[in-house]
Design a protein around this ligand. Structure first.
Ligand code: IPM
Ligand code: MG
Length: 360
């Protein structure tokens, strides 16, 4: 099979971690008889430096022409980088929001897994972490507050800012269907998270999710209010399988869930549309403070490449080989600085990539 992959290396540690993920993909392709064509795509600060904007029409066209896009991370230090002197719509993050919208990437999958080998990094009490957890946060990605009408006006000399939270039933239905489909391949439980005690958009969310659930009799559905969910994530994360939620709640809860694993440098993500296309990126940011030092953890990006093989290309065996190699390297005690523990061997970005390749 020929895999046509767009590559957004991006900013900060992006280029170094994408380099390692590509190395791993090349190894997999070599072993299983596939070929890969990469197209480099500029986005974020890297695009601003060249074109003055975080995403060009050409970049969108390149992404659309690819089967899938592998991304590192975008953005810089918001207090010191000149990118943040620009108006908000020209900053690096605007490029990310724009590509999600342009490619209709409405389903964001963010797995939060407590790796057995890294249980010590979990900040929760041992009696909670001992149970382990493995959840998939499904965040709606192209609607809600982040894409609603917004403006800042002045009324009688008083400034007023307005953001709009709107969802129509079709937007809710399509992400709910994806969540139930994914639950069917996992532990068959969906927790739909909303604020239905206050928000109309949440009440519609709940009604539509209930409707979709009728087509999935094997899946257990529960509804949970978002504030309660924030508590439950630290109290008893093992109760969750698939968490289904709207854009902003998902943004916040997925950061919380990743922190609870204690190893955000390990967490992958996928943003999908209705076709097999997907944009795959680590859940962590661009870490400008350690960029170029060769110490960043490439595993989240490598696992994002594995998700790409699984979800876009249906290459489960190949994806498993990456996941197994990562586990093996951890078992052998190799760690980057962010997940370093007593008795382990600390390695840099490149070595970590090499070790994973060798075990594929
Ligand atoms: C994320 C990020 C983005 C978001 C920002 C950078 C716009 O926080 O992917 O979670 O809020 O979606
Ligand atoms: Mg976020």
């Amino acid at each position: 099979m020929n895999l046509n992959i767009g590559c957004i290396a991006g900013d900060g540690i992006g280029p170094e971690i994408v380099r390692e993920a590509r190395k791993v993909l090349d190894k997999v392709a070599d072993k299983y008889g596939h070929s890969i064509t990469y197209t480099d795509i500029l986005m974020g600060g890297a695009s601003i430096d060249v074109h003055g904007v975080p995403l060009t029409e050409e970049a969108i066209a390149q992404a659309k022409a690819s089967d899938a896009v592998l991304m590192g991370s975008i953005g810089g230090d918001t207090t010191t980088s000149p990118w943040y002197q620009l108006e908000p719509s020209k900053r690096p993050e605007a490029g990310l929001l724009a590509i999600r919208k342009a490619l209709n990437l409405f389903a964001n999958l963010r797995p939060a897994v407590l790796y057995e080998e890294l249980a010590g990094a979990c900040p929760l009490k041992e009696e909670i972490s001992a149970k382990g957890f493995d959840m998939m946060i499904m965040r709606e990605l192209t609607g809600g507050l982040y894409f609603g009408e917004r403006k800042t006006i002045e009324e009688n000399g008083v400034k007023k800012a307005i953001d709009t939270l709107a969802y129509d039933e079709n937007e809710i239905r399509r992400i709910a269907v994806k969540a139930f489909d994914i639950a069917m391949k996992r532990n068959k439980k969906v927790t739909s998270v909303d604020k239905a005690n206050v928000l109309d958009s949440s009440r519609l969310w709940r009604a539509v999710v209930n409707e979709v659930a009728k087509d999935y009799p094997e899946v257990t559905l529960e509804h949970m209010l978002v504030d309660n969910c924030a508590m439950q994530l630290v109290k008893d994360p093992a109760q969750f399988d698939v968490i289904l939620t709207e854009n902003m709640f998902g943004d916040i809860l997925s950061d919380e869930a990743s922190m609870v694993t204690g190893s955000i440098g390990m967490l992958a993500s996928a943003s999908l549309n209705d076709s097999r296309f997907g944009l795959y990126e680590p859940s962590h940011g661009s870490a400008p403070d350690i960029a170029g030092k060769g110490i960043a953890n490439p595993i989240a990006t490598i696992l994002s490449a594995s998700m790409m093989l699984r979800y876009t290309f249906d290459l489960d065996k190949e994806a498993d080989s990456i996941d197994q190699a990562v586990k093996q390297v951890l078992k052998e005690g190799y760690r980057t600085g962010d997940i370093m523990a007593e008795g382990c061997t600390q390695v840099g970005t490149e070595k970590m990539g090499d070790f994973i390749c060798e075990r594929i």
